[in-house]
Design a protein around this ligand. Structure first.
Ligand code: HEM
Length: 134
């Protein structure tokens, strides 16, 4: 069997964080209509519990992302690689920021717009991550 390297563990943890942050938002967004139909007091506690898990996933992404940056040694990477990473970090910041605002705004339309923004930028960060890993 192939040996499991430290790099494998690093990328495993980063991808695990991504499955929670991206997958969690994607799946929850499809469940909202069903949760609403189950009654007025169902959506909020489910959303609150999921939010805790999503922020843990995001924290894992930040910590393992910094580990990635150290491991890939940016000085040895092309300017195109560094530019892609900068764009990815801006997209990650927008994804986290939009998610935070989404949890704070009460107006349904604003909540939907910020929620969708967080989800779409999370998907874009995922794509840019795969591009970086090559
Ligand atoms: C929403 C947040 C994020 C998502 C969804 C995400 C997703 C990913 C994915 C899927 C990969 C490819 C892993 C592979 O193919 O093995 C990756 C790689 C990478 N990510 Fe992220 N990431 C996020 C946040 C971050 C942050 C905050 C940083 C830096 C602080 C970062 C830095 C990197 C680097 C440098 C790589 C390349 C690693 C390598 O080639 O060894 N990511 N990311």
């Amino acid at each position: 069997m192939l040996p499991i390297t430290v790099d494998d563990v690093r990328l495993f943890a980063h991808v695990l964080g991504a499955t929670i942050w991206v997958g969690g938002q994607l799946i929850f967004s499809t469940l909202v209509p069903t949760l609403r139909r189950l009654g007025p007091d169902v959506l909020r506690p489910v959303a609150r519990q999921l939010t805790r898990l999503l922020w843990i996933g995001f924290a894992v992404l930040i910590v393992t992302g910094l580990w990635n940056v150290v491991a890939v040694d940016l000085a040895r990477q092309s300017s195109a690689y560094r530019a892609t990473l900068m764009v990815k970090l801006a997209v990650v910041a927008l994804s986290g920021g939009a998610a935070f605002i989404h949890t704070r705004v009460a107006e349904p339309r604003a909540k939907a717009v910020w929620g969708a923004t967080s989800g779409m930028t999370a998907l874009l960060a995922l794509l840019l991550g795969v591009v970086l890993a090559g």
